[in-house]
Design a protein around this ligand. Structure first.
Ligand SMILES: Nc1nc(=O)c2c([nH]1)NC[C@@H]1CN(c3ccc(C(=O)N[C@@H](CCC(=O)O)C(=O)O)cc3)C=[N+]21
Length: 299
């Protein structure tokens, strides 16, 4: 029997932990956890994501603020907003929605967020802490942190002797995912668009993580029987069967055929996506605990 991980359900249990930790922190220290989300421009998909982050933050009992700036915003004005949020003691987490409209320099903005408020885990300090195995004081990028919750629920804390293959090498996902798997003692391969014999490399994986952004690229014959397959792709494709002009979301994994081979698989939608938002809330309440000198909850 193949297990299809219910990401919404796992995300809901993470959110429960965040809620009670938020309430406990409020009670013990009088601190309300605060999250600021900054969005520049009017990309509808970005606005949809930011809207659900705001709703989830309120549900967790956070102070939630959203700053919506026009697409023409100047670098120095965005930098000034980040500086204000950095200095605001009621804000524990800052997320600047990516991608930023051209010609804004997103790298400069991301690196200007205080590492202790960088709930995306993208600052060089947080990336470095992850690389050196310091998970106690750093913050980890939300999507890989969420994917690891699935991995831990399937395989436990110790991945000794297991081969993990991550397809994709972005700073936002592939690199931190590989670091987390390595920290848990897996034998890790990072594959990408220049990898030779990709299918063969993938067939070695006990844990296969796909984050390439190519609809249904991972086929059944790429997967070792019994493997755990985590699909991080979110691709919108045409769905003429649903009517003219209609679309649907698919992952980087051909779900139907791979389900027949894998022992555990995450669906798209309803897999890693909901966990990304839940881990953003988790990172924010962790940051608030640290700011108040309290021990944060574990996820
Ligand atoms: N600074 C920054 N940090 C991010 O983490 C970040 C970002 N910018 N920019 C955009 C991407 C995208 N992202 C998603 C979060 C949740 C779902 C999600 O919940 N997806 C649902 C489906 C949603 C739908 O139906 O469209 C699912 O997979 O089930 C998807 C995508 C976070 N991102």
């Amino acid at each position: 029997m193949t297990t299809v991980i219910d990401g919404k359900n796992v995300a809901a249990s993470v959110i429960q932990t965040v809620k009670s930790a938020t309430a406990a922190l409020e009670k013990s220290s009088g601190v309300t956890t605060g999250l600021a989300v900054v969005i520049v421009g009017d990309d509808p998909a970005s606005h949809a994501y930011v809207g659900s982050k705001g709703r989830m933050a309120k549900e967790c009992g956070f102070k939630s603020v959203q700053h919506t700036l026009p697409a023409e915003t100047k670098q120095e004005d965005l930098a000034a907003l980040v500086a204000t949020l950095n200095a605001d003691p009621s804000i524990h987490g800052i997320l600047v929605q990516l991608p930023l409209p051209k010609p804004l320099d997103s790298e400069a903005i991301i690196q200007s967020i205080l590492p202790e408020k960088d709930v995306d885990g993208l600052s060089v300090v947080n990336a470095g802490k992850l690389a050196t195995g310091d998970l106690k004081t750093g913050l980890v990028s939300c999507t890989p942190a969420g994917a690891m919750v699935f991995v831990r629920r399937t395989h436990g804390e110790d991945l000794s002797g297991l081969n993990a293959v991550v397809i994709g090498r972005s700073n936002l996902f592939g690199k931190p995912m590989a670091q987390l798997l390595l920290n848990a003692n897996a034998t890790v391969t990072i594959a990408h668009s220049r990898t030779k014999n990709l299918a063969e490399v993938c067939r070695n994986a006990d844990i296969l993580v796909a984050a390439v952004g190519r609809p249904e690229m991972v086929r059944a014959d790429w997967v070792k029987p019994g493997a755990t397959v985590i699909d991080v792709g979110i691709n919108r494709v045409a769905a003429p069967e649903r009517g003219e002009g209609r679309t649907r979301l698919v992952g980087d994994v051909a779900f139907e055929e791979v389900s027949a081979v894998a022992s555990t698989i995450t669906p798209v939608p309803g897999g890693v996506g909901p966990m990304t938002i839940a881990m953003l809330m988790a990172n924010t309440v962790i940051a608030a605990h640290r700011a108040a000198g309290q021990t944060p909850p574990q996820f």
